[in-house]
Every structure is written in C-alpha cells, then in structure tokens.
Design a protein around this ligand. Structure first.
Ligand code: DC
Length: 223
C-alpha cells in the first residue's frame, strides 16, 4: 500500500484549527479529521446518561454502550453516536466542557486512539486536536502548533456562538476557554503541548487568508 501523508495540527480551543485545517485540506485534497468531535461525542453520551463533569460513573460500562462513526458528507465530517448524527448537538458550551472532562480519562483516550490512527493509515489527512503530533501520529510528516492570544481566541468563539443565536457573554466565553485550556494542558495523559518537532503558528492579528498562507508555507517546506 502507498504510504500516506499526515499533517498534525494541535493547539488550544478557538485557535482556528478546524476552519483553517478544513480549508487547507480542501486545497491539498486531503481528508480533514476533527478529533475534538470524537471527544465531544463521548462527552455528549455521558451527559445524556446524567453524568456530570465530575465523571462519577463506571467508565468502561459507559463506553461499552457507545458506538461512534465518522462519515464525510459532501466533504464535511459528520459524527454519529449509535447511528444518530450529533454533529450539531456536540457544539454547545456544555458539550465543550464535558468533552474536556472526558478527554482526561485514559480509558476514553485509548477507546479513540485506533480509530484516529486508522484514518491516517488509509488517507492523506490533516488531523486536528490536542495530542495529534505528540501521541496519535508521532511520525506525521508535518506538525503544526496553532495558537493565538486568549482574547483573540475568545472573541472568535464569542462571535461564532452569537451567530448561532446564543446569549453568552464575551467574559463567559473567555473564562470557559481558559478553564478548558488549563484542564487540557494539565492533565496527566496526553496533555496539550507542542511536539518538540512542531512549527509554532501564532495567528494573533492575522486574517483568515493570512493564517491559511502561513500554514501552506509551513506545509510546503515539509511535503
Ligand atoms: O477541539 P475541540 O474544542 O472540539 O475539543 C474538545 C475537547 O476535546 C478539548 O477541550 C480537549 C479534547 N480533545 C483532546 O483531549 N484531544 C484531542 N485530540 C482533541 C480534543
């Protein structure tokens, strides 16, 4: 089988990973895999079973009831929880917090690991998350750590949520984001951090087009 190419993009919440990765994947004709959606789906399944962010439950029993599928519909990733398309429902602020909570559980990370690696074995991928370059695809040809200032990231998220009709405040979004970043980068297993061989891309003050150009430049140097 021909060797596939993997581009790993990691970084904190709201750094623009998914929108930039999706655009770059289109330009390169790669598959874009949003791994955060997988953690969000597990978080949603737990939430629906009445479990809170303290995760007071039998984790293996919960996981045994979960079947996750990813399908690409018109090039867009959809995620299915036991056959139901939950791609929209996993985007709420509560689902974000719950995703961060379940993502600290070793059993949850193990549950999702093979699924992520299988994509990279089959297709040329741009995969985004928190531990893609460090744990999931340590041999990725390109590793990018995408970041931007807290305020700019919160502002982008705030605008997105407002457009969807949410009535959250900017301060709430900033506080939630900082809490999530803290959890994600301080957990014991696969914490958010740049891989030692990653290129750091800081998009503070850059337009979307400028950010895309920055990523394309990094990728072209390596692939
Ligand atoms: O990228 P996102 O905001 O959709 O991710 C939701 C949560 O999932 C995030 O707070 C941490 C977790 N996550 C993770 O631990 N590892 C990944 N590869 C992707 C996401």
């Amino acid at each position: 089988m021909e060797k596939t190419i993997a581009i790993a993009i990691d970084g904190p919440a709201g750094a623009g990973k998914s929108s930039l990765a999706r655009t770059v994947a289109n330009r390169l004709d790669y598959i874009y895999v949003d791994t955060g959606a997988l953690y969000r789906t597990i978080g949603l399944a737990f939430m629906r079973n009445g479990i809170g962010t303290d995760i007071n439950c039998d984790i293996d029993e919960q996981l045994s009831k979960i079947n996750i599928d990813i399908k690409f519909i018109d090039g867009v990733q959809h995620v299915f929880l036991n056959g139901e398309d939950v791609s929209e429902e996993i985007r709420t602020p509560n689902a974000s917090m719950m995703a961060s909570a379940v993502s600290a559980l070793p059993a949850v990370r193990a549950f999702l690991l093979d699924m992520q690696r299988e994509f990279a074995e089959k297709y040329n991928v741009i995969m985004d998350g928190r531990d893609i370059g460090t744990v999931v695809l340590p041999d990725a040809q390109v590793k990018i750590f995408l970041t931007a200032s807290d305020e700019e990231r919160a502002n982008r998220r705030f605008k997105e949520l407002k457009e969807k009709g949410s009535n959250v405040t900017y301060e709430e979004v900033l506080a939630d984001m900082r809490e999530r970043d803290y959890n994600d980068s301080h957990r014991a297993i696969a914490p958010l951090k740049p891989a030692s061989d990653s290129a750091i891309a800081d998009t503070t003050g850059l337009t979307i087009e400028e950010s895309i150009e920055l990523l394309m430049k990094i990728i072209k140097e390596k692939v």
